[in-house]
Design a protein around this ligand. Structure first.
Ligand code: PHE
Length: 335
C-alpha cells in the first residue's frame, strides 16, 4: 500500500509536468483526483490493511492527496494566466531561434515598380500564359513560318505548335482580339530563350505595354517612354531611339539608356558603347491590327517590350545578370 501510494504520487507529478492545455488538465483531474480516480480507489483499500498500520497509512494518503491537489491548482493557475506548465529540464535562459523573414526577389520588386509607374499613367495590368501557341507568339504578330525573324528568338519548342513564349508580345494579340479600342495595357511576365551569358539568362522577365486609340503617333510613344524612364530612374538619364525592325511594329525602334555603370564611358556590360538597350518599341503594324479585326485606317497604336533584368541591373549597378539567379542570400538580402 505504501509503495503504491508513493508510486502514484510520482506518476501524478510527472503527468502534471507534461500538461499544456485545459483538456489535459481536466483529464488529469478525472484520472487522479476524481471520485472514482486513482487516489480515491487507493484510499478505499485502507479498510483492508492491518489495524496498527491504518493511522500511519491514512495520514500518508491524505498528505499525498493534498500535495497532488496543490500541484494541480498551481498548474491550473499557470495555464490560465498563459504561463503553461514548465518542464523541470527546460532551460528558459537559452537564446531563442531567430526567425528569418522572406521578402520579394529584387526582380519581382523591380517588375512591380515598373507596373506601378505605368499604372500611374492609366495602364491596366494583364497576365497571360508562359506556355504559348505558335500562333500568338509568332503568326498573329506577323511572323509567319520560315520568317527569318524567328531565328532571333532561340525558341524552346514543346511541340510543333506549342512553345515557351519568347516575349510578352503575344499578349498584344490576345487582348486586342478580345476587346475594342481604346486600350491601354501592360503585361508583365516570364519569357524564355535558349541563351546564356553575362547579360542573358534562359528565363527572364519582360513588361509589354501597348496603347490603341484614334490618332496615336510616335510622339505619344516617345512621351510615355520618357516619362517612364524619368520616374523609374528618378532623374534625367539620356535616352536614345535607334531605328530597328520588328515584324509587328512599323516603324520600329530600339531604345537605349546611358550606361549607369560606367556613366557612358564604356564597360563590359555596355560592351564599350556607353549605352544599354532596355526595350524594343514601335507603332503597331497595320497587318497586326487587321489580324485582330481592327480597321487600321481608323485606329493606330504603339507597343513596347522592356527587359526587367536589364532595368534592375541599371538601377542597382549589377554587372552580371546571373547574380540574380544564384539565390545567394548575401546578394539577395541587399535589396
Ligand atoms: N517583343 C520584342 C522583343 O522581345 C520587343 C517589342 C515589344 C518590340 C513590342 C516592339 C514592340 O524583342
Amino acid at each position: 500500500m505504501e509503495n503504491s501510494l508513493q508510486q502514484l504520487k510520482a506518476e501524478a507529478e510527472e503527468a502534471l509536468c507534461r500538461i499544456s492545455d485545459k483538456a489535459g488538465l481536466e483529464a488529469f483531474r478525472v484520472k487522479y483526483l476524481g471520485r472514482k480516480g486513482l487516489l480515491s480507489s487507493t484510499m478505499k483499500q485502507l479498510g483492508s490493511v492491518a489495524k496498527e498500520d491504518r493511522p500511519r497509512l491514512g495520514q500518508l494518503a491524505n498528505t499525498i492527496k493534498k500535495g497532488v491537489e496543490d500541484l494541480f491548482a498551481d498548474s491550473k493557475e499557470k495555464l490560465e494566466s498563459g504561463g503553461g506548465a514548465v518542464a523541470a529540464d527546460m532551460d528558459l535562459s537559452l537564446a531563442g531561434r531567430t526567425i528569418g523573414f522572406g521578402k520579394c526577389h529584387p526582380i519581382t520588386q523591380v517588375m512591380e515598380e515598373i507596373c506601378a509607374v505605368f499604372e500611374g499613367m492609366g495602364f491596366a495590368v494583364a497576365e497571360g500564359p508562359d506556355i504559348e501557341t505558335d500562333y500568338y507568339n509568332f503568326e498573329a504578330l506577323n511572323i509567319p513560318k520560315h520568317h527569318p525573324a524567328r531565328d532571333m528568338h532561340d525558341t524552346f519548342y514543346v511541340s510543333d505548335s506549342i512553345l515557351l513564349r519568347t516575349h510578352t508580345s503575344p499578349m498584344q494579340a490576345r487582348i486586342m482580339e478580345d476587346r475594342d479600342p481604346p486600350l491601354r495595357y501592360i503585361a508583365p511576365g516570364k519569357v524564355y530563350r535558349c541563351d546564356s551569358d553575362i547579360t542573358h539568362t534562359p528565363m527572364f522577365h519582360q513588361v509589354e505595354g501597348f496603347l490603341v486609340d484614334r490618332k496615336v503617333s510616335f510622339a505619344d510613344l516617345k512621351g510615355v517612354l520618357t516619362a517612364f524612364t524619368q520616374r523609374m530612374f528618378e532623374g534625367d538619364l539620356p535616352l536614345r531611339f535607334r531605328p530597328s525592325f520588328f515584324p509587328f511594329t512599323e516603324p520600329s525602334a530600339e531604345v537605349d539608356i546611358a550606361c549607369v555603370i560606367c556613366s557612358g564611358k564604356g564597360c563590359r556590360v555596355c560592351k564599350r558603347t556607353g549605352w544599354l538597350e532596355i526595350l524594343g518599341a514601335g507603332l503597331i503594324d497595320p497587318e497586326v491590327m487587321t489580324m485582330v479585326g481592327y480597321d487600321p485606317d481608323e485606329f493606330s497604336g504603339f507597343a513596347f517590350g522592356l527587359g526587367v533584368e536589364r532595368i534592375a541591373m541599371l538601377k542597382y549597378g549589377i554587372d552580371d545578370i546571373r547574380l540574380y539567379y544564384e539565390n545567394d542570400l548575401r546578394f539577395l538580402e541587399q535589396f
